[in-house]
Design a protein around this ligand. Structure first.
Ligand SMILES: [Cu+2]
Length: 216
């Protein structure tokens, strides 16, 4: 998105903890900015016309000519189309930027993450092509800053669906029994990042917190 945002980073006030976080926040802020600008414009027009055509005012109430009506319609529809194409284009390009980071290229290490009612389990793999599980990790999942990792997300065989959600690292991936989905992450800032379950998974869903990705 460099061509559009240049050096402006709407998300600069936020902790930029991974590549995709800024990209996603920039789309969110852009759509917020467009909505606010449009909203203010509409409210100003509303107040202006409500005042201009208030009961008993001397404003002309003559019908517009068909030509003027058509021109107004063309401008109105044209601007709407431009706005929609612009917002859609920005979203498609940003989404492609995010997807471009989701490859196994330069992956330093692969971990398994398994959701069970009501906690997450982390496993090391033997880190070759087979990606077989070698050992369970006790405690936080520790990652090193500026290294790329693959997290293979799944759910216990006889469990339910969960969603592996790490807000500050820009990760959200469904965990589905009997299936695996990979997410690729390159943390930029050290710290503790809380993992939450973003899929209602039963009576203990609310308590599926308190586990962390620790970036060192
Ligand atoms: Cu859950």
């Amino acid at each position: 998105m460099m061509f559009l945002f240049g050096n402006i980073n709407f998300a600069s006030g936020l902790q930029s903890s991974a590549d995709n976080v800024e990209t996603v926040w920039n789309i969110a802020y852009l759509s917020l900015a467009l909505s606010v600008i449009l909203g203010i414009f509409v409210v100003i027009l509303l107040i202006f016309f409500a005042y201009k055509y208030r009961e008993g005012s001397s404003a002309k109430r003559k019908k517009m000519s068909p030509k003027a009506e058509r021109n107004l319609e063309v401008i109105w529809i044209g601007l709407s189309i431009i706005l929609i194409v612009f917002a859609t284009g920005v979203t498609i390009i940003s989404t492609n930027d995010v997807n471009a980071t989701q490859t196994s290229e330069n992956v330093e290490m692969t971990f398994y993450v398994e959701g069970n009612r009501f906690s997450w389990s982390f496993f090391e793999t033997n880190n070759d092509k087979s990606k077989n599980i070698s050992a369970q990790i006790i405690g936080n999942l520790v990652l090193e800053v500026n290294k790329k990792y693959e997290l293979i997300i799944t759910s216990g065989d006889r469990d339910v669906i969960h969603s592996f959600f790490v807000y500050d690292l820009g990760i959200k991936q469904d965990a589905i029994p009997g299936r695996t989905s990979s997410v690729f992450i390159e943390p930029k800032t050290t710290g503790l990042y809380e993992i939450r379950c973003a899929q209602f998974c039963g009576s203990g869903h609310y308590a599926m917190v308190g586990q962390y990705i620790e970036v060192v």
